[in-house]
Design a protein around this ligand. Structure first.
Ligand code: C2E
Ligand code: MG
Ligand code: MG
Ligand code: MG
Length: 279
């Protein structure tokens, strides 16, 4: 009867696999329509200077209001969008929408700040990415200095291609940051060769900075290195006053995290975080 039991398990296993594949295919099909149906929207997480406490920027984070499954976080659909290639049109929608919001806030008389947008590997591999970014900036009328593009270490793996791409982007006048810094497998070599402006310390290091001496050492080292390389540095995932004090003690420039604010809808960013220009 062992064989039979094994068959049963096998059948249940393949059924579960089939369901998972079906749900993947379904979600992928839904995603194709979602752009037309306006089901995606952006939230913004404000970023603060740790020196002055002032809001200095915001990161645009995509969400999907799925008609049946409800609100989906990016980790539930970005990997799928990457695999299917849908990340390219979705990424362009994010870029354009974030630039439009930022431009509108400037026209409405708020103090100009930079908006950060996450780039995916597929977008980064496009030979005409810089042209696309340029076209969006022109169409929207946003000055390139108010846009920051976030790339991850894995995108710098092929250093020659990354150098080309980043140089084209930098020529437009946008800023470049390395997201989730410290979690990739790339060598530090790229830090001296690539035209980057900022390191964002991954929140996994910030999380236990008060409990784990190794995390504290890593955060401290990244911050010091950033200073020496004349890069800005942002700590991600700041959740407590203790973490904030530690980061200030390390002269970390900027922070982002639940202590300050979760990501919020555009109108909440506007009413609670953006400041009116004087006069
Ligand atoms: P990320 O770029 O590193 O964004 C920061 C993530 O950390 C966000 O999760 C944010 O909500 C979360 N976070 C911020 N502060 C805290 C905190 O204090 N504690 C904790 N526990 N979490 C915090 P979210 O919005 O779920 O996004 C997850 C990831 O999805 C992003 O990580 C980014 O890699 C990706 N993503 C989001 N939007 C886009 C997009 O438009 N395009 C692409 N390609 N990827 C995106
Ligand atoms: Mg990011
Ligand atoms: Mg990321
Ligand atoms: Mg990150």
């Amino acid at each position: 009867h062992h064989a039979k039991e094994h068959d049963q398990i096998f059948i249940r296993y393949t059924e579960a696999m089939k369901k998972r594949t079906q749900s993947r295919v379904e979600l992928e099909n839904d995603m194709r329509k979602a752009l037309e149906r306006d089901e995606f929207f952006l939230e913004y997480q404000p970023q603060f200077s740790l020196l002055t406490g002032k809001m200095v920027g915001m990161e645009a984070l995509v969400r999907w209001n799925h008609p049946k499954r409800g609100l989906l976080p990016p980790n539930d659909f970005i990997p799928l969008a990457e695999d299917s290639g849908l990340i390219v049109p979705l990424g362009e929608w994010v870029l354009k929408t974030a630039c439009e919001h930022n431009r509108k806030w400037q026209l409405d008389g708020y103090e100009p700040v930079c908006v950060s947008v996450n780039l995916s590997m597929r977008q980064f591999r496009q030979y005409n990415l810089a042209d696309k970014v340029d076209a969006i900036l022109r169409e929207v009328g946003l000055d390139a200095k108010y846009l920051e593009l976030e790339v991850t270490e894995s995108m710098t793996f092929d250093i020659d291609t990354a150098l080309n791409q980043l140089q084209s982007l930098k020529r437009l006048g946008v800023h470049i940051s390395i997201d989730d810094f410290g979690t990739g497998y790339s060598s530090l070599n790229y830090l001296k060769s690539l035209p980057i402006d900022r390191l964002k310390i991954d929140r996994s290091f910030v999380k236990e900075v008060m409990l784990d001496g190794n995390d504290a050492a890593i955060v401290s080292t990244i911050t010091t290195m950033a200073h020496h390389l004349k890069l800005k540095v942002t700590a991600e995932g700041v959740e407590s006053e203790e973490q904030l004090e530690f980061l200030k003690g390390q002269n970390c420039h900027e922070g982002q995290g639940y202590l300050f604010s979760k990501p919020v809808p555009a109108r909440v960013l506007e009413s609670q975080f953006l400041s009116r220009l004087a006069g």
